[in-house]
Design a protein around this ligand. Structure first.
Ligand SMILES: [Zn+2]
Length: 433
């Protein structure tokens, strides 16, 4: 077992580490260190959880190849805002789901940029993400909540954990059933996101676990959500990969360079090469900062758990995926359902056709959805700020060409969310007066 969490705890716990000119892609390491100061023993619990999952992953290894198990993870996005800019529209969150469902199924177009030396270890994580459709009280939900924030969480602590508390922020939905993502202005926009790795290792005291549970999830800077190229943020992080990275931490993965400079630290994962440091937002395909044996590899700048530009990262390794799956079978089991052989890749085939026309429309829009195998489908129409305008349930292919009357609505962008067997397809359209 390679050495984990060997760093001097207090070294990085200062505001100075955030006060750099460049964006800080990830606050997870600092957040973990800060928690250890507040709750001594936290690091040991986290490491015990990692090692437990490693053992399970190693045991699973023999069965992993060829498995078609798909994990479906339900998410809720809590938008806690202090300005209209921070109150990001649903469309940006939908684009974030698209990014996750590409990256965690290796359906992303830039897999073509994975260098050949890493193709043998690059894998499909077999995880898909859906917005929750039922809230903790059993009511129908869009999976998105919106809360005017007090602003007190910004700068109030080194991290944004106050955004997870009321008043001022938004309390989590049960973190053992939902992946909570808080979207806010983290620390004056310097940190793009952070999350806590699983720390509910077996046989640890329940008191410490209860203090952990309300903080589990991801805090994400509002401008780092989705494919959000219009926001005033560095283009190197505009591809929605911040959440791909932070969910990696949420599922127990660590930075591939081991969070400390030099070649003696590692992430505890065997098929990621050693690297002496983060590849700071570069796409340097020449760099090889540490030797590996028996084969020496370049630094794996393609890995989502590096700090590379969103335009360079495109892969998880099979061992990283094995660890994530082990967490989904243990510490994170509650947030996922197992779908065997019918992931999003296949479920898209539920629909023969989805047409929405005319687009743009002057008031009435027609939906033609043809569904296979006599299944039912439903649709909902939302405006750009996420208000549901209308919808219908239990439709079949024979009731095609639904007429949707929107003449009372102003000009603008709208979204149709069409659902079949929990498979959601979102289409954008425009009303023009
Ligand atoms: Zn990170």
């Amino acid at each position: 077992m390679k050495q984990l969490f060997t760093l001097v705890l207090t070294l990085f716990i200062s505001f100075n580490c955030f006060a750099q000119a460049n964006l800080n892609r990830c606050g997870t390491f600092n957040a973990i260190q800060f928690r250890e100061q507040q709750q001594p023993g936290y690091l040991a619990r986290t490491q015990a959880c990692f090692e437990n999952a490693k053992q399970i992953a190693d045991a699973n290894k023999a069965n992993r190849s060829g498995s078609d198990t798909v994990y479906r993870v339900q998410m809720v996005f809590h938008v806690v805002y202090n300005s209209a800019l921070e109150n990001i529209p649903d469309s940006v969150i939908y684009s974030q789901l698209e990014v996750l469902n590409e990256d965690y199924r290796r359906l992303n177009a830039d897999t073509a940029r994975t260098r050949s030396e890493f193709l043998p270890v690059a894998g499909d994580p077999h995880i898909e993400f859906v917005l929750a459709t039922t809230d903790p009280d059993g009511n129908t939900t869009t999976g998105i909540t919106r809360t005017p924030g007090s602003g007190s969480f910004i700068g109030y602590s080194p991290f944004a954990d106050d955004v997870k508390k009321e008043p001022g922020g938004k309390a989590p939905w049960p973190t053992d059933r939902y992946v909570n993502v808080w979207v806010c202005n983290i620390f004056f926009g310097i940190v793009l996101g952070y999350s806590y790795p699983p720390s509910n290792a077996p046989n640890w005291d329940s008191l410490s676990l209860s203090t952990d549970s309300a903080l589990q999830g991801v805090a994400l800077h509002y401008a780092a959500v989705g494919r959000n190229f219009s926001q005033p943020i560095d283009q190197t992080v505009a591809g929605g990969r911040t959440l791909t990275h932070e969910l990696g931490h949420y599922f127990g993965l660590r930075h591939i360079w081991g969070d400390s400079t030099g070649c003696n630290n590692d992430d505890g994962i065997n098929d990621t090469p050693y690297a002496s440091d983060a590849s700071q937002q570069t796409c340097d395909t020449v760099i090889n900062s540490c030797p590996d044996a028996p084969t020496d590899f370049h630094d794996m700048i393609e890995n989502y758990m590096d700090y590379s530009d969103d335009r360079c990262v495109n892969m998880f390794t099979k061992e990283q995926i094995g660890l994530i799956h082990a967490m989904l079978q243990t510490s994170r089991a509650g947030v996922a359902t197992v779908v065997t052989g019918t992931g999003i890749k296949n479920a898209e085939n539920n629909f023969e056709t989805i047409q929405l026309f005319p687009n743009p429309s002057t008031g009435t829009i027609y939906l033609n959805a043809q569904v296979k195998n006599g299944k039912n489908y439903s649709y909902e129409i939302y405006n750009a700020i996420g208000e549901k305008l209308t919808g219908e349930n239990n439709l079949t292919s024979s009731s095609n060409h639904r007429s949707i009357y929107l003449s009372a609505q102003p000009s603008g962008i709208y979204f149709a969310k069409i659902t079949c067997d929990e498979q959601v397809v979102v289409k954008k359209f425009q009303l023009v007066r």
